[in-house]
Design a protein around this ligand. Structure first.
Ligand code: TYD
Length: 423
């Protein structure tokens, strides 16, 4: 199958589809291939090999030859190549070959071409021009015109020219059994002119000729001819069907691949979407956790701040209470100390000797009857008041006394008497 597809590609690449059946310049659907060359170049061998190959690809193949492919041709061939009783001139020889060709074309080649077959002929018009013009010396254009008359203008699509040195060809011929025909028996110069004429015709129309060095191995020659036919011949129906089947398989494979890739892409998209969704959920959860942690932190901070504020308030209240209590204590202490100082002063004053000591002694006596210790404040105050009243009375008495400095206690507890002048 690969070989068939290769042939199809080769034919298309060579512009074969433009030469397709029924195309411009093609009077028939078949293909006409001529093998040409000197005697002993190996045409028959290559023709058989190529015919087998083409049949293997599915072509309808007709192998034939000139001269002698038809009953008439067979008679003419004997006349022209072997009849010793007739001495043929070059023109008669050319006409006999042309007669064989006309019969051959009419009864074998054209019908096969019209059926669409590939016709492989061993020798055709080029042989007439090479042998009867190049070899025998007839005018090339006259020989060619004679052939055109015989073929009605049908020309080979491809001429494969197996080119070989006539000396080598002669050596090959001599190895074979059988007698040489009239033309084979011609001189080396004759065969050199035949060779040169073939090559000149090929050179003049290279697109229609395949010139091969016939010294190469037969399989190499066959391969070269196959390559050229791959480009020339359209694919067979079997090849077209195979190619169509293969193209459909490739198309289906491409479609399957595209479906597979699309499914893969869809699966990948879905996977990515799921991943993104999971990531979003995770982020939201983390955000919620951070927010909850922050709220908890704030709640704890507020709790600590409230506790701290309460403690501060309690401490301030305690300090206030302490301060208040201390000030009352100080006040009480100050009052106590003031009382003590007054009591002390009083005691000091009472200890001091005065003229009214009798009364004071009496008082002292009274005091001595009391249990020891400081007198209650009320008593002290009362005592001080009484004493003050007595002191006022004694002041009057003092004014009658001769002037002398008053005892210190008097001076302290009573206002100093104003001088005579002041009063
Ligand atoms: P043939 O026995 O067919 O041998 P081969 O083709 O293998 O060489 O010989 C045919 C001979 O006829 C050959 O020598 C060439 C000659 N010939 C012409 O001279 N003119 C032609 O037009 C043709 C067809 C053949």
């Amino acid at each position: 199958m690969v070989g068939k597809l290769r042939a199809l590609r080769s034919w298309r690449a060579a512009g074969g589809s433009e030469r397709a059946e029924g195309g411009p310049g093609r009077p028939h659907p078949g293909w006409f291939i001529a093998m040409e060359g000197g005697d002993g170049a190996g045409k028959s061998t290559q023709l058989a090999a190529v015919a087998d190959w083409l049949r293997g690809r599915g072509y309808a193949v007709v192998t034939t030859r000139e001269p002698g492919a038809t009953p008439l041709g067979s008679v003419l061939r004997n006349l022209v190549l072997h009849a010793e009783e007739h001495k043929l001139g070059a023109r008669a020889e050319a006409l006999l070959f042309a007669a064989d060709r006309a019969d051959h074309m009419e009864t074998v080649v054209r019908p096969a071409l019209e059926r669409g077959a590939v016709v492989l002929t061993d020798r055709h018009v080029d042989s007439s021009v090479a042998y009867q013009s190049g070899g025998r010396g007839l005018a090339a254009d006259e020989v060619a015109a004679l052939s055109t008359f015989a073929t009605e203008g049908v020309r080979p699509d491809l001429v494969v020219l197996l080119d070989l040195d006539p000396a080598v060809a002669r050596a090959r011929r001599e190895e074979r059994t059988g007698e040489a025909d009239k033309l084979e028996a011609e001189t080396a110069e004759f065969h050199e002119r035949v060779r040169a004429t073939f090559l000149a015709r090929a050179k003049a129309e290279p697109e229609r000729y395949l010139v091969l060095d016939a010294n190469q191995a037969p399989r190499i020659l066959t391969g070269a001819i196959q390559d050229r036919l791959d480009q020339l011949l359209p694919p067979t129906a079997e090849e077209v069907a195979t190619a169509a089947r293969r193209a459909a398989e490739i198309e289906a494979a491409v479609a399957r691949e595209q479906e597979f890739r699309a499914a893969q892409a869809e699966a990948e998209r879905a996977r990515r979407e799921a991943e993104e969704q999971a990531s979003r959920v995770q982020q939201e959860r983390e955000l919620a956790e951070r927010q909850a942690a922050e709220q908890e932190r704030l709640r704890q901070a507020k709790e600590r701040a409230d506790a701290s504020e309460a403690a501060e308030r309690a401490r301030a209240e305690r300090e206030w209470a302490d301060a208040t209590r201390l000030s009352e204590d100080d006040k009480r202490e100050a009052e106590r100390q003031a009382r003590e100082r007054r009591a002390e002063a009083e005691r000091e004053r009472l200890k001091s000797p005065t003229p009214k000591s009798g009364r004071l002694e009496g008082s002292a006596a009274e005091q001595s009857e009391r249990p020891e210790g400081p007198a209650p404040e009320s008593e002290q105050l009362e005592s001080a008041a009484r004493e003050s009243g007595r002191l006022e009375g004694s002041t009057a008495e003092q004014s009658e006394r001769p002037e002398s400095p008053a005892p210190e206690s008097e001076r302290l507890d009573s206002p100093a008497p104003q001088s005579e002048e002041e009063s």
